[in-house]
Design a protein around this ligand. Structure first.
Ligand code: SF4
Length: 296
């Protein structure tokens, strides 16, 4: 008997704000007339909506949460942990951080935070830094691609060892939109980031519960929570320049068209397969269209 729930029939889980996080000292976040409490509530609500509509979390899931030490993954772990306490669905979380052997890395504050936080956790030390340098020396490719692949492989191995069936990553709305534009401008592909997918070898599902959350909210939340951040670019990689460019472009467009990112997010969830030039997609849609309501 499947324990899967139909999210459309489930009431939305209401998340309380963590004790002690209620707008500490009445602090108003920079540039916003909103309290940390309100921002956290919005992040939680958005995350739960994504979890419900994409069925990201199911009964008896054992979820490895990849904690990179950046604001996104701290926020993800924090909100998932809070949601778990109120959830009618039973699931477990295990936080895993990878020490990649980068120069200047210091994971002491992160380990202390995880210890205090109260979710089972572990730090895996693997020198991917040297491995990436070696790999890129041979074929002069850029750092981030091989680094991400190595990191993902290590996390999959950890997920198997820890008997996890899912991996949760902290990608958010702005990551998805930047990826969409990067693929559109530089790869000739119409592709963003899914909320959920199965790994090629079929072993795990990868989920992105924050994929509809705004980065500005995550940044403000992270500052209010004072997470001990570890920067990703300790390796000195310049690979992210194109991503920075498209992020800047999105910011400029948003400045002149408030709400533009949210409209773009709606667009990637509201596709007209018949109005693109991909014949395979159009054919597949033709065959399947009878199963869905007409799209307007
Ligand atoms: S910036 Fe450095 S650590 Fe981060 S993904 Fe790229 S290569 Fe890896």
């Amino acid at each position: 008997m499947s324990a899967r729930r139909d999210p459309a029939k489930e009431p939305m889980m209401e998340l309380p704000v963590l004790d002690g996080q209620e707008d500490p000292g009445g602090k108003i976040l920079p540039g916003k007339d909103e309290s940390p409490r309100k921002i956290r509530a919005r992040l939680s609500k958005t995350m739960l909506k994504t979890i419900g509509s994409h069925q990201l979390v199911e009964e008896r899931d054992r979820i490895l949460v990849a904690v990179s030490g950046g604001k996104d993954s701290y926020t993800l772990l924090d909100l998932l942990h809070e949601a778990r306490r109120k959830s009618p669905v039973e699931y477990e979380l295990i936080a895993v951080h990878l020490d990649q052997g980068q120069p200047g890395y210091d994971g002491g504050a992160l380990s202390a935070w995880l210890e205090e936080f109260g979710v089972p956790w572990e730090v895996i030390a693997e020198d991917t830094y040297s491995a990436v340098l070696e790999l890129t020396e041979k074929d002069s490719s850029t750092y981030c691609g091989p680094c991400s692949r190595l990191r993902r492989g290590i996390l999959y191995t950890a997920a198997e060892r820890l008997s996890c069936n899912k991996l949760a990553l902290g990608h958010h709305r702005d990551d998805a939109l930047e990826t969409l534009l990067l693929n559109l401008f530089y790869a000739g592909r119409l592709q963003a980031m899914p909320a959920r997918y199965r790994t090629v070898d079929g072993r795990f599902e990868v989920i992105r519960p924050l994929i509809e959350c705004a980065e500005t909210d995550i940044t403000a939340h992270s500052e209010a929570r004072n997470y001990p951040i570890i920067p990703c670019n300790l390796c000195g990689s310049q690979d992210k320049l194109k991503r920075v460019e498209v992020a800047r472009l999105l910011a400029e467009l948003e400045e002149n068209n408030p709400g533009l990112r949210q409209v773009m997010l709606s667009a990637i969830g509201n596709v007209r397969p018949s109005h693109l030039l991909d014949r395979e997609v159009a054919e597949a849609w033709d065959e399947a269209a009878g199963r869905y309501k007409p799209r307007r």
